[in-house]
Design a binder for this molecule. Structure first.
Ligand SMILES: [Zn+2]
Length: 291
């Protein structure tokens, strides 16, 4: 069932839903061969009954989320919470095109890790330097509030509990475990593990989740020459899902060169190991109550 309200639950009984606005890793992919699964980079929205917008990552998919908020006249007088896994391009590149960030009546709370030499705020300002983009972050209009996070648990308004841990990726990446009204989503993208070196901390982090969103960018063959590039295969994803006892696994961060047909082959192969596995597909909504 498609869920139309882009901000929050107006339907009865909504606890927690997830909507994928961008599912690609590395770079957007605008080709007919990739359009079915979707070509935008990482952006996932959590739909709750709380009166604010909750978003994971700001890849190019966040542009479409912003457009949906505008279309629903829900782009002003809003509190928006953006949780960033890390600041590689494919996780922040949509932010300059996120229309709600232009409304002076909005407050955008940005969570993420500081770098050793630069704060999160400095990194995000940097991508909007005049050499890269004509509008500076301060000129966008919304009130930006930066919240540096490390490994911790914090609670967003209304009792949405967020737990973060660092995992293996060039430059580091934060995983997010989000719990609300008895349901748990684990967002774990851009992580490099294999079945042989699966981190017990990651298994514990994903333990018992209703929905695990995990990086499955590479094939086994690609891993042979992409070791150290920071991504995993579907085999690692299903192994993690089994070890952590999650209800459903969504393969995420698809390679920009992987066609719909190729991805669906990987999906079938993954299902042979962990049947409750599907590709994360752009525009798709998952109701955690139905898992
Ligand atoms: Zn990355």
């Amino acid at each position: 069932m498609e869920y139309n309200n882009p901000i929050r639950g107006e339907n009865e009984g909504i606890t927690l839903k997830v909507k994928f606005w961008g599912v690609r890793g590395s770079a957007p992919s605008a080709t007919p061969e990739t359009a079915g699964v979707g070509g935008n980079t990482s952006c996932v929205q959590l739909l709750t009954d709380q009166p604010y917008v909750l978003i994971l990552d700001a890849g190019t998919g966040i542009r479409l989320l912003g457009n949906a908020l505008v279309a629903a006249c829900q782009h002003e007088d809003q509190e928006l919470y953006l949780l960033l896994s890390h600041t590689h391009w494919d996780h922040i590149q949509g932010l300059p095109f996120f229309k709600p960030a232009n409304s002076a009546s909005n407050t955008l709370h940005v969570y993420g890790a500081n770098k050793p030499q630069r704060t999160l705020e400095e990194v995000l300002r940097g991508q909007m330097d005049y050499a890269y983009f004509p509008v500076a972050l301060d000129e966008m209009g919304a009130q930006f509030r930066f919240h540096p996070v490390a490994e911790e648990t914090f609670v967003l308004p209304g009792g949405i509990e967020v737990t973060t841990r660092f995992f293996e990726h060039p430059g580091g990446v934060l995983g997010y475990r989000i719990a609300y009204q008895g349901k748990v989503v684990v967002y774990a993208t851009d992580m490099e593990y294999t079945v042989a070196n699966l981190d017990p901390r990651l298994v514990a982090f994903a333990q018992g989740a209703d929905l695990l969103i995990f990086d499955a960018q590479y094939t086994h063959e690609e891993l042979n020459f992409k070791t150290g590039w920071g991504h995993s295969t579907y085999l690692t994803a299903v192994h993690l899902a089994q070890a952590a006892g999650v209800k459903q696994l969504r393969l995420f961060s698809h390679d920009p060169d992987r066609t719909d047909t190729e991805l669906e082959t990987l999906e079938r192969q993954a299902q042979q190991h962990f049947p409750a596995t599907w590709l994360a597909r752009e525009q798709q909504v998952i109701d955690l109550n139905l898992l």
